[in-house]
Design a protein around this ligand. Structure first.
Ligand code: SF4
Ligand code: SF4
Length: 304
């Protein structure tokens, strides 16, 4: 059993509650104990930092401090590529200077909180945690419904793969391959296509809707052409552009789309024996019915 301080992020609780719900169902099956940080802050997604770096750093230092206080926790877990990126950036600045850390910690003092630099303490997206802390062998041993025949296109979300220096790739050089590795471990087939590690276009949707949707549509069309039955992403913001905006994106690429986009824990949950309904797959904009039926027709073995 691994205990973690769990930061769901605001999108997973607001726009994509099925993601938060799927994590709650999948965690016990993976022997993960979640201690939810319900008093933690929005990470700012890089937007607050554009106006005030100090405020963004303070908000994230506060979240880290709350996580570090969870007794027995191995580290902190997030479920959003964008949170991972924004939080890693703030942490890098906090860790780089003792005097800056001290300055930020003064803002946290009235609540009795303090962020402590600790090179062994980590903040990992669920994807990283599954591969690095649980391990693919253990994951394989927990699969009761191998997703045989399902072709799954990985979509990472740029903040979880760039910049590599800040995201720990020196220590974990395969982090940009983890989705494919997990897809394989679950018995499904990873699909290679051009857009897997590109930007989904979400950050520019309010400024340049056409370019944003064309970008999302291009990736979806590429995945379909490469034979994907569905996409999977560890980022709820990518999910917004790839699933919620998909009907609009189709208009910009002149290509029929209609490809389901799963949240990462939903794919895990299917292989761990949960039903599509339990995983909230009926809540997506693009229908998941076809793959739900296919998955439900696959044999389920008794849990080990
Ligand atoms: S990236 Fe977005 S979803 Fe994640 S916490 Fe930050 S603002 Fe919320
Ligand atoms: S792919 Fe899009 S939503 Fe996902 S992290 Fe990148 S810009 Fe954000």
């Amino acid at each position: 059993m691994i205990k973690v301080a769990y930061w769901p992020g605001c999108v997973a609780r607001g726009f994509a509650p099925e993601l938060h719900g799927a994590v709650a169902k999948v965690a016990p099956l993976l022997d993960i104990e979640l201690v939810e940080l319900d008093r933690a802050n929005c990470c700012g997604a890089g937007v607050i930092a554009e106006h005030s770096q100090e405020l963004a750093d303070t908000l994230n230092a506060r979240t880290f401090a709350l996580a570090q206080r969870v007794e027995g926790a191995a580290g902190m877990m997030n479920i959003c590529s964008t949170c991972q990126g924004a939080q890693s950036e703030c942490r890098e600045r906090l860790d780089a200077s003792a005097s800056y850390r001290e300055h930020i910690n003064k803002h946290l003092a009235p609540e009795g909180l303090s962020y402590r630099k600790d090179d062994e303490w980590w903040n990992k997206n669920l994807l990283w945690l599954v591969v690095e802390e649980i391990g693919l062998e253990t994951l394989r041993s927990k699969v009761v419904r191998p997703l045989t025949g399902l072709k799954v296109a990985p979509f990472y979300g740029c903040y979880i793969v760039r910049p590599t220096r800040r995201l720990g790739f020196d220590r974990y050089p395969d982090r940009d391959k983890y989705l494919s590795m997990v897809i394989e471990a679950l018995g499904a087939e990873p699909v290679e296509y051009a857009g897997s590690h590109k930007c989904c276009g979400f950050p520019i949707i309010t400024m340049n809707r056409r370019t944003s949707l064309r970008q999302a549509g291009r990736h979806l069309a590429d995945a379909i052409e490469a034979g994907a039955d569905c996409l999977v992403t560890p980022c709820p913001l990518c999910h917004l552009n790839l699933d919620m905006q998909q009907p609009e994106a189709a208009k910009f690429v002149g290509h029929d789309l209609g490809v389901p986009v799963l949240h990462f824990p939903q794919l895990l949950g299917l292989a761990l024996g949960l039903s599509p309904k339990e995983l909230g797959m009926g809540k997506h904009v693009v229908s998941t019915r076809e793959i739900a039926e296919r998955v439900e027709s696959l044999p389920v073995a008794a849990a080990a």
